[in-house]
Design a protein around this ligand. Structure first.
Ligand code: AMX
Length: 434
């Protein structure tokens, strides 16, 4: 059975569960909304459904029920590669089933047919000033492709019906995803490599082809596969996933929705944290004259940062309460491939020194490192040293989860999102503060 048929079968099997919940249990209370949750950005309110991934505070992310080590072990890999096919990971996210080699081959072939970047996207990028932020270029490139949306054309033709909407969303997603490595690599080489470009290789997979078009040798192909898989999804309340879902709930197509999500990812509290970590480490390196600090010296740098009112970047998390398994996956890779890299030595030292200090503060809910404590270090090692570009890498990975999500949103007929807002007066009254 092909991926689309399998998806349809799964959607049809799932629909009665949502219909039953909606009809028979509509009034059941699931969560409390406190004043804290309202003011703290709707923090933690159980108000979204997604089956693509689930974030357990102590265990970290599970993609379709599988932990990161399980995903890395169970998904098919290109010959000689350490990391799995991104194509296979998308199959898992979309259908919920582990792919066979044949399933991976199908996604690979389908994506190769659809990967070409339209000339008008290249023209759009070229028309932008070269000092435009790469995330602005990335979002603009995606948005420009909206003219080719099959979902939007179908809607405009007057034939829209809720039951078939997933089909057109799926087609748009399959058109968009394979273009993203080309778009990312094009932006990178246009901005930072003198506008010299390396054509896509028809024989290379999503991650391998990205490394090839970036112009970086092995094992950067495995770095790319790992990076895209690790960043693919983190359930649906984070800014990029939620924004994509929200915009799509207005029946906007994938191009509008995902471009909006990318604008959210570009914010410093979301996708930019990885570059902050590198900046912090390099600041310390400058002060140390390139030497690796002792444990005591590192402790002093951490306290200096805290005492000057700053946070230690790469540590803590809004939901997680243990070391991020996405951090651990990258740490394992670094221990194997770059154990002597000076930046890795700093990252490693921080792993030992920071958590006990943050614990001493007493207020930090999660003293452990998050994914961003590691990502920049590996990119830097392989020569991607332009910090601004790191969020584009994050964005390419994030596309895998958020697009799978909105195909399912249309499949299950989720409605337009419309929470209610109230005034401060009303909140004070409801809280008994008046
Ligand atoms: N260093 C110093 N203080 C920290 C800290 C850190 N790494 N993490 C949390 N704290 C402080 C908070 O600033 C807060 O202090 P306050 O009460 O004086 O304002 C207190 O501990 C309680 O915060 P929390 O409930 O533990 O965290 P949060 O949910 O409010 O914030 C996060 C989570 C990630 C923003 C925060 O841990 C942080 O700023 N970390 C450093 C930046 C970072 O690594 N961001 C990347 C996050 C991953 C991602 O989404 N990409």
């Amino acid at each position: 059975m092909g991926i689309k048929e399998k998806l349809y079968e799964k959607i049809q099997a799932h629909r009665p569960r949502i219909t039953r919940l909606y009809k028979e249990f509509a009034d059941k209370v699931i969560d409390d909304v406190t004043v804290y949750k309202i003011i703290a950005g709707m923090r933690g309110i159980k108000a979204l459904i997604t089956d693509i991934s689930y974030l357990d505070p102590y265990e970290g992310i599970r993609f379709r029920g599988y932990t990161i080590p399980e995903v890395m072990e169970k998904l098919p890999k290109p010959e000689g590669a350490e990391m799995p096919y991104v194509e296979g990971h998308f199959y898992l996210l979309l259908t919920g089933d582990l792919p066979t080699e044949k399933d991976v081959e199908e996604v690979f072939t389908e994506w190769k047919k659809r990967e070409q970047l339209p000339q008008y996207v290249i023209d759009t990028l070229k028309a932008m000033p070269r000092d435009t932020h790469p995330m602005t270029m990335f979002a603009a490139g995606i948005l420009a492709m909206q003219r080719d949306s099959k979902f939007a054309k179908w809607y405009a033709s007057g034939q829209f019906n809720k039951m078939d909407a997933w089909d057109y969303m799926y087609e748009d997603v399959m058109d968009l995803l394979p273009k993203l490595p080309l778009l990312g690599a094009y932006i990178y080489r246009m901005k930072y490599k003198g506008d010299t470009h390396i054509p896509s290789d028809p024989n290379l997979d999503f991650g391998g082809n990205f490394a090839h078009m970036m112009g970086i040798d092995k094992p950067y192909d495995d770095v790319a596969r790992m990076y895209f898989i690790l960043h693919s999804d983190h359930e649906s309340g984070n800014v990029s996933a939620h924004t994509t879902h929200l915009v799509a709930s207005a029946l906007s197509d994938i191009y509008y929705s995902y471009a909006a999500g990318m604008c959210g990812l570009a914010g410093p509290l979301h996708g930019l944290a990885n570059q902050e970590v590198l900046r912090w480490i390099q600041g310390v390196m400058d002060k140390m004259g390139g030497k690796i600090p002792t444990k005591e010296e590192m402790e002093k740098f951490i306290w200096d940062t805290l005492n000057s009112g700053q946070v230690v970047p790469g540590f803590g998390h809004a939901v997680l309460r243990k070391t991020d398994p996405r951090y651990m996956a990258q740490r394992e890779f670094a221990l194997k491939h770059l154990p002597d890299d000076p930046i890795f030595k700093y990252v490693d030292l921080m792993f030992q020194v920071v958590p006990p200090i943050l614990q001493q503060l007493g207020k930090v809910k999660n003293p452990w490192p998050n994914v961003d404590a590691h990502s920049g270090c590996i990119q830097w090692h392989y020569g991607v040293r332009e910090y601004d570009f790191y969020t584009v890498l994050f964005g390419i990975g994030r596309a895998l989860g958020v697009t799978a999500n909105i195909v399912w949103d249309r499949g299950l007929g989720y409605q337009i999102e419309r929470p209610k807002s109230i005034t401060t007066d009303m909140l004070e009254e409801l809280a008994g503060a008046k």
